[in-house]
Design a binder for this molecule. Structure first.
Ligand SMILES: Nc1ncnc2c1ncn2[C@@H]1O[C@H](COP(=O)(O)OP(=O)(O)OP(=O)(O)O)[C@@H](O)[C@H]1O
Ligand SMILES: O=P(O)(O)O[C@@H]1O[C@H]([C@H](O)CO)[C@@H](O)[C@H](O)[C@@H]1O
Length: 164
């Protein structure tokens, strides 16, 4: 399956999730901006996949990121970010969401497991009540210290300032 084939519209994703469910697969869901992919992302996503059978990634659109992280973000557009994330072996599906939060998406997908990095407490994770209400699990994965998109941007800015 090509990386492009793993990028779904919501109706396509819901059909795919239903098919996976009929095969008895456990659906893990996580979401994020994933502007610049780094080791922390890879580590937590790989661990998230191990919590179930299929990993579905909700990806913020560009407009969503600009609202929640400011007008200077994202650095990479939503189609680029989707292809990069879909190219990861342990990602089974990528779907965009345009709202400020993935609540509606999580209500539609009804995942068995909802995961975020532990920069979020479980009760802070949007959608935790939805997943818990149907008997699902909401979990966090420890951060890999020292990695964030923001810190990468800062490093680049510092390097450029040093040499200008
Ligand atoms: N260092 C890290 N280790 C493990 N997981 C991480 C790390 N940084 C971010 N994550 C997780 O990756 C997901 C996407 O986060 P996000 O795209 O905001 O990354 P970020 O690097 O923190 O970006 P930014 O610096 O713009 O906030 C979130 O679930 C977050 O918990
Ligand atoms: O990449 P981020 O900033 O970790 O992703 C955000 O996560 C928020 C989180 O799910 C809140 O519990 C979400 O509301 C926001 O839309 C981003 O996806």
């Amino acid at each position: 399956m090509s990386s492009q084939d793993k990028i779904y519209t919501l109706p396509q994703l819901l059909k795919q999730v239903q098919a996976w469910r009929e095969q008895g697969q456990k659906i893990v869901f996580t979401n994020g901006c994933f502007d610049l992919l780094h080791l922390g992302h890879v580590d937590y996503l790989e661990k998230a996949k191990q919590l179930g059978d299929k990993l579905v990634l909700g990806l913020n659109t560009d407009a969503s990121i600009s609202r929640i992280k400011g007008p200077s973000r994202p650095l990479q557009d939503e189609m680029s970010r989707a292809r990069v994330m879909a190219s990861l072996l342990f990602i089974d599906a990528v779907v965009h969401f345009d709202e400020d939060t993935p609540l509606k998406l999580i209500e539609a997908v009804q995942p068995d497991i909802l995961v975020k990095g532990d920069d979020y407490a479980v009760e802070q994770i949007v959608g935790h009540e939805v997943v818990q209400a149907r008997g699902g699990s909401v979990m966090t994965v420890p951060l890999v210290k020292g990695y964030s998109t923001t810190s990468i941007v800062k490093k680049i800015e510092n390097q450029l300032n040093k040499h200008n």
